[in-house]
Design a protein around this ligand. Structure first.
Ligand code: A2P
Length: 272
């Protein structure tokens, strides 16, 4: 430990036991509202793909933490997070200024409901995400077990603007060539990005696309059916409520750890 570490607010002795101080490795700003960063990972940190951790910064000598889904897979060496920037958000107003070399706090006990083990096997497994709700699915589409569970994995990402379709190129260009899961991605992953406030090849809210049947029609798939299809949902509170209602109306049963079902959902953790 260097002298500066000893006087920094991140010195181990002042940190709560439930977090570790990690080093930011890279930062990428997608838009004025959205950015990604990677950081080191404590060797002791274990998580399941789809889970979230409390992450944050020391502010006025105290940890300021919010729930963030890991966007990286659990077999990767680094951690990756996708965040919005809110000008007056207590955490994101600060987090958006992260630079490589800065310290960030990462909770030691990831948790969450977007678990593959909570779902029955599927014909089509749908991942419905809006905004930063994409993050847990970036982790899950790199999990070979997700492909074992279904015949086809359909990732639907809804954003306001084309520029907010973060990871578009990773999903369409890099993942199909991925050393471990490239073949599974090529065989089974279908990506459906949709934009609501600009022109794009797919437009409209996810909920409207489900309700009208346009999503499945565009993909050449049978209408959503609880008999064969499963879903995971991550987005804003309203998006979760609306999407969940559509699934319940189609007789999808919510899954839990210990009782497999047809769908699970998680809050987007966006700072209001
Ligand atoms: P819209 O542009 O019609 O509001 P945000 O950036 O506000 O989190 O929104 C991300 C995406 O989620 C936008 O495309 C937005 O559409 C969409 N959205 C917002 N509310 C809902 C909802 N209740 N159901 C489905 N999609 C929603």
């Amino acid at each position: 430990m260097s002298a500066t570490d000893l006087i920094s607010p991140y010195a181990d002795e002042v940190l709560p036991k439930n977090v570790s101080a990690e080093t930011v490795l890279s930062v990428h700003h997608w838009t004025q509202r959205l950015f990604t960063f990677t950081c080191t990972r404590a060797t002791s940190l274990r998580f399941e793909n789809g889970q979230f951790a409390m992450i944050g910064l020391m502010v006025d000598g105290k940890p300021l933490l919010r729930a963030y889904s890991m966007a990286s897979a659990n077999y990767e060496e680094q951690l990756e997070f996708l965040s919005i920037k809110v000008a007056d958000g207590p955490l994101t107003s600060r987090l958006q200024h992260l630079q490589p070399g800065d310290k960030v706090l990462i909770g030691r006990k990831p948790t969450g409901t977007l678990l593959l083990s909570s779902l029955k096997p599927a014909r089509n497994l749908y991942f419905f995400a809006t905004g930063t709700g994409l993050a847990p699915f970036l982790s899950l589409i790199r999990d070979p077990m997700a492909y074992d569970l279904c015949e086809r994995l359909v990732l639907v990402h809804g954003c306001r603007a084309v520029g907010e379709l973060a990871y578009h190129d990773l999903i369409t260009e890099q993942l199909p060539r991925h050393e471990l899961i490239g073949e599974l991605v090529r065989d089974k992953l279908v990506y459906y990005p949709t934009v609501t406030r600009e022109a794009f090849r797919n437009t409209g809210r996810i909920t409207d696309l489900i309700e009208t049947g346009r999503l499945t029609a565009d993909l050449g798939l049978a209408p959503l059916d609880a008999k064969h299809d499963r879903a995971m949902i991550c987005g804003s509170e309203m998006m979760l409520a609306d999407t969940k209602a559509l699934l319940l109306a189609r007789s999808f049963v919510e899954g839990h750890s210990g009782r497999q079902g047809d769908f699970v959902y998680e809050k987007a953790f966006a700072e209001k």
